[in-house]
Design a protein around this ligand. Structure first.
Ligand SMILES: [Zn+2]
Length: 165
């Protein structure tokens, strides 16, 4: 489900976005030293691109990474179409150039993320995950439910793991 915000909040967001010809949404507001936009919402500074993703697509748990698609060349780009769910390994694989890696707002979660990646499912869980996916349950929900990263769920989904289940 999308993050529902009041119109004035959304307007405040748009006031800080400049749409470029390449399709990127440049953030004109405050940025971190890595070029990641910051947007204050409910008294808390959040990453602008995460806020955009949640408003336009769906709300995401704090420990899910949002990374820029490889074809997007604008650090801190806030166009949800240029963003995708990821995890730390995808973020690192994308290259560590500034502004590409967009860690969760809650940085302390990174260690848990590493722990999560190594997690193994029981055959029952694999069947359950596949069943839920076939019923259009979102990957985001599953990452929360099983406390794993999105990559792990995609692997189950794409039969890269647990082929024998
Ligand atoms: Zn972009």
């Amino acid at each position: 489900m999308r993050l529902l915000v009041q119109p004035d909040v959304e307007q405040r967001f748009w006031d800080k976005v400049q749409k470029l010809e390449c399709g990127c949404w440049l953030w004109k507001g405050v940025k971190t030293k890595y070029g990641i936009g910051r947007f204050k919402y409910r008294g808390k500074l959040r990453s602008a691109h995460r806020f955009a993703y949640e408003v336009f697509y769906e709300a995401i748990p704090d420990d899910v990474w949002i990374v820029r698609r490889p074809e997007c060349k604008t650090p801190g780009c806030c166009n949800p179409e240029h963003l995708m769910l990821g995890d730390r390994s995808i973020a690192m694989g994308n290259g560590c150039q500034r502004g590409t890696v967009n860690p969760p707002d809650n940085a302390s979660i990174i260690n848990t993320q590493e722990h999560k990646i190594s997690r193994k499912f029981t055959p029952e869980q694999v069947k359950e995950i596949r069943l839920l996916l076939s019923q259009d349950v979102s990957v985001i929900y599953l990452t929360w439910r099983y406390q794993v990263d999105a990559h792990t769920i995609y692997r189950v989904k794409n039969n890269e793991h647990y082929k024998d289940v």
